[in-house]
Write a protein that binds this ligand. Sequence first.
Ligand code: NAD
Ligand code: DAU
Length: 350
Amino acid sequence: MKSLLITGGAGFIGSHVVDLFVNKYPDYQIITLDALTYAGNLENLNNVLSKPNHIFEKEDVTDTNAIHRLFEKYQFDGIIHLAAESHVDRSITDPLSFVRTNVLGTVNLLHAAKELWKNAYEDKRFYHISTDEVYGSLSQEGKFHETTSYDPRSPYSASKASSDHFVRAFHHTFGLPVVVSNCSNNYGARQFPEKLIPLAINNIKHQKPIPIYGRGENIRDWLYVNDHAAAIDLIFHHGVNGETYNIGGNNEWSNISLIRLLCKIMDKKLGRVSGASEQLITFITDRAGHDLRYAIDSSKLQHDLGWKPSLLFEEGLEKTVDWYLANEKWLDDITSGAYQQYYKKQYNLK
Ligand code: NAD
Ligand code: DAU
């Protein structure tokens, strides 16, 4: 493998994948492609921007000419496709941008790979990064398996489900060498503070209300982002073409329990009296169509490729808090300007 395209590499998960690959595989030429939307941030790539085996290209995955030009220029052998609109709440207010990037962008890349690899697929791989949300919502029982039927229920998950179907369709129809993984909720450094954990960290820091949808009873399965990146490395190199791998932390938390734990950690780190941050918890109108519970069975990945999560949640959450507290400028820059308008419209809180 010589030339590797990573899309969405200036975002949260993508930047950890780029970090891992650039450092672990000095013989690869890694091309990070990112449109630098509100969620993309070149500072996320600070560790790799000056590395000789890394190149950044600011392009949009929906731009057919740009994708073809880059394919010709770099002769990609592999693609790890993470670029997406990723936030469920934004998909409720602006579904079309999710269709554009997540569906059209993915098909644009698939089509380019098919045309430019010209059926010579040896040592080529198209790896599509997806979400457990495509499987729908669970009650208190059961887990998502690779064979679970798709039942997306938000515009975000519907767009990701559609892109997953296109990826598999290109495999079945054209023989494109694809692999897909569906992962649970990630947390860690550099996550955009529209998502629950960094949003709560930022609000606690500024002693602002922590908005919890409904009664906080919804359950998510949390995975440390570096563990997701490690799984992506294994699947990219050792996964079987045409297969799907579920990735999850086996780490279910209701939102309210998670936020209470986070409040404890923040009280300790900020030297506040025990219980101070919990006072900020504010229950607000539920998210429309809010999925109750996600839980992933990742035994296929564990058994076939030997992956397992490395960190306990308490440990990972503490590391995450440490990162946000140490990177005040990153957080302040990202939460000024357009973020303030988004926040006001989304939450209508003081
Ligand atoms: P993110 O929003 O932090 O980053 C997305 C990146 O894609 C940003 O850098 C953005 O600039 C870029 N991008 C958006 N539209 C683009 C376009 N049209 N062209 C080029 N670049 C574009 O997202 P994330 O949380 O890092 O998620 C990355 C991928 O992983 C997504 O495909 C998401 O569906 C998937 N995923 C995320 C999670 C999670 O918990 N965050 C879990 C499972 C799967
Ligand atoms: O499951 C994987 C998915 O996890 C990824 O595919 C998505 O890209 C990622 O955004 C994430 O989706 P969620 O909707 O689960 O994540 P979010 O952080 O937005 O919300 C987590 C839970 O917290 C969810 O039940 C909604 C709730 N929540 C969220 C926010 C932003 C709140 O109660 N209040 C909030 O302000």
